[in-house]
Ligand binder design. Structure first.
Ligand code: COA
Length: 317
């Protein structure tokens, strides 16, 4: 498998730290120092499915293909306005594709899980061109009076098209059932027969626990993948890491003894866009002409579950 096209869409509404100071007991200084975030883009009038469809169209166009060439769609998504049908089914109709579609939810690691699934499907000969979209609106999961969580997130949709080829060098997925540090519990419709006590909770996060687990697990995944490919840390052109917090990216750079030029970032402008963060950043690099044929890129993400996903790809576009 290899990546042949990328696309992205950000919502139009820019929310700066100073805007949050208007209704939260927080400060631009605190948010910047602890997270690196200056502003984020939030859904206001847009619908996530329209953003995801447009990001998909851009990726298909970048690949030089048309929607009829796509023979499978995988959409990574945690939350959107529909529980069912899957977002991938809505995207299929909007872009005019005809193939089978499926959604995956592996929280912020979802894009890597989706890429890994796409690689299996291409290797098995069941598909030739797959659209992998990650579309997320985590800002609809948080309590906007909780300063510890709402300042962290942003919305967005990123997409790639993958086709047959030799660009997917290695991947590693891990899951450790650990729900106490990061979860969002949604209340279901009532029935006349429910007798159990039910809970609703906006996104709960133990920030320190998540921070520690994220740095340890991502560093371990990266080291394991580099070793499995016989690569040194400096053989990778860019580490395209999940954009949750600048301090997490810096801690991983420190662990690998690499300077920050290996670590492109957009968390300062976008906030944490969950599984969309890696394809959003990848599309920026692609469209800014920063990727050359033969470059090795390492993607690494972590999220609720606790899930992690990492892979090394060779840029062959
Ligand atoms: N503005 C001002 N103060 C805030 C604040 C905000 N937005 N959010 C929390 N605080 C306060 C806390 O109430 C606490 O005050 P106290 O000492 O009086 O109790 C203080 O800041 C320290 O809070 P703490 O949570 O210990 O800060 P931290 O240094 O761990 O930073 C995070 C908090 C969330 C930025 C950090 O833990 C983090 O980034 N964790 C990982 C999050 C993540 O990546 N999540 C996504 C996973 S996919």
């Amino acid at each position: 498998m290899r990546i042949v096209g990328t696309g992205r869409v950000h919502p139009s509404k820019v929310v700066t730290n100073h805007m949050l100071e208007q209704f939260l007991d927080t400060s631009d200084e605190w948010i910047k120092e602890r997270t690196g975030i200056t502003e984020r883009r939030l859904i206001s009038s847009e619908r996530l499915e329209d953003m995801a469809s447009e990001a998909s169209r851009l990726a298909i166009e970048d690949a030089g293909l048309s929607a009829s060439d796509i023979d499978y769609i995988i959409c990574s998504n945690v939350i959107n306005e529909y529980i069912t049908p899957g977002l991938s089914c809505i995207i299929q109709g909007n872009i005019g594709a005809k193939c089978a579609c499926v959604d995956v939810n592996a929280a912020c690691s979802g894009f890597i899980y989706a890429l890994d699934m796409a690689d299996d499907r291409i290797k098995s000969g069941k598909a030739k061109n797959i659209l992998v979209v990650a579309a997320e609106e985590p800002t609809r999961m948080v309590d906007w009076s909780d300063r510890a969580t709402c300042v962290l997130f942003g919305d967005g949709a990123g997409a790639v098209v993958v086709s047959e080829g030799d660009g997917f060098m290695a991947s590693r997925l891990t899951t450790q059932s650990k729900t106490d540090c990061l979860y969002y519990q949604r209340k279901l419709e009532p029935t006349p027969y429910i007798t159990k006590e039910e809970h609703f909770s906006a996104l709960y996060m133990n920030g320190r626990d998540v921070f520690k687990t994220a740095v340890l697990s991502s560093s371990r995944d990266i080291k394991t993948l580099l070793d499995s490919c016989g690569l040194q840390p400096s053989d990778i052109k860019y580490y395209v890491l999940h954009q949750a917090n600048m301090r997490i990216v810096e801690a991983i750079a420190h662990y690998l003894k690499l300077d920050m030029s290996f670590f492109p970032h957009n968390v300062e402008r976008c906030g944490n866009t969950s599984s969309a963060s890696i394809p959003l950043l990848l599309d920026e690099l692609n469209r800014e002409g920063k990727l050359q044929r033969g470059d090795k890129l390492l993607f690494s993400a972590f999220g609720a579950g606790f899930t992690t996903g990492a892979c090394i790809i060779e840029w062959t576009k």
